[in-house]
Ligand binder design. Structure first.
Ligand SMILES: CC(C)(COP(=O)(O)OP(=O)(O)OC[C@H]1O[C@@H](n2cnc3c(N)ncnc32)[C@H](O)[C@@H]1OP(=O)(O)O)[C@@H](O)C(=O)NCCC(=O)NCCS
Length: 208
């Protein structure tokens, strides 16, 4: 499967794919769709790729450079002072016909390489809905850690996840294994722990 950077001319097909994916979702909460304007900005920033199968766009993944003064900046959730070092892992969506082949994570690896090559960023941040297992698996496989579980976007429960490109987190001590649905524990104790890995059922947390 070919990956390529998307440009303005790809926008109609991208919006069409997003609509198809959204309509196919049982739980609409998992996907915060983007507007045409937001995609235009992401395309202008250059960190958006698509996967093509026989010339048809079947998946897309992107990153987004937030402005340092935006409200609810994720850097504030994890205590990063230099907001210029931050890029967000944004939206991913895969056509239902192409799920389960690890496409999301392969596109993620390519984007992270693009971000490293760019050289301006040290911290990749993102939010994940605690119940979205494919998304959680993807983030942990790419090296993201859960830094906090909190309420974002008008009261929605979200993990704030962080990938430090220059100094990967090194765990120490004994893990506390927490079931991925036990968000009560995470909301209460998350500030003192880092969620380091996920076996599909339990997340292993280590004291900071
Ligand atoms: C989330 C999404 C991007 C994953 O893409 P994908 O390329 O199919 O993901 P993968 O093939 O890497 O699958 C990831 C894992 O999740 C698992 N998985 C998928 N659906 C699952 C479910 N409903 N329950 C439990 N596990 C599930 C897969 O088995 C796989 O696990 P494994 O690798 O250990 O076998 C895709 O499903 C999608 O587009 N969903 C709708 C939009 C969305 O949720 N986007 C993410 C938020 S921006």
């Amino acid at each position: 499967m070919d990956f390529k950077t998307l440009h303005l001319g790809d926008l109609p097909e991208l919006l069409f794919l997003q609509k198809k994916v959204y309509e196919s979702l049982e739980d609409k909460e998992v996907l915060q769709t983007l507007t045409e304007r937001e995609f235009k900005e992401i395309i202008a920033q250059g960190f958006i790729i698509g996967a093509y199968d026989e010339g048809r766009l079947v998946a897309s993944r992107s990153m987004y450079i937030p402005t340092p003064d935006e409200g609810e900046h994720l850097a504030d959730d994890v205590g990063i002072k230099d907001k210029k070092s931050v890029i967000y892992s944004e939206i991913s969506f895969i056509a239902p016909s192409h799920r389960g082949k690890g496409l999301q994570t392969r596109m993620g690896r390519q984007l992270i390489e693009m971000v490293r090559a760019d050289g301006r960023f040290r911290d990749v941040l993102t939010t994940v809905m605690p119940g979205n297992i494919p998304s959680l698996k993807d983030k942990f496989r790419l090296g993201f850690k859960i830094r906090k579980t909190t309420y974002k976007y008008n009261g929605k429960k979200r993990h704030v996840m962080h990938l430090n490109l220059s100094q990967p987190y090194v765990r120490s001590g004994e893990p506390t294994r927490v079931h991925y649905t036990d968000t009560g524990w995470m909301l209460e104790n998350g500030d003192d722990y880092v969620g380091n890995e996920f076996d599909g059922e339990y997340i292993s947390y280590y004291r900071k």
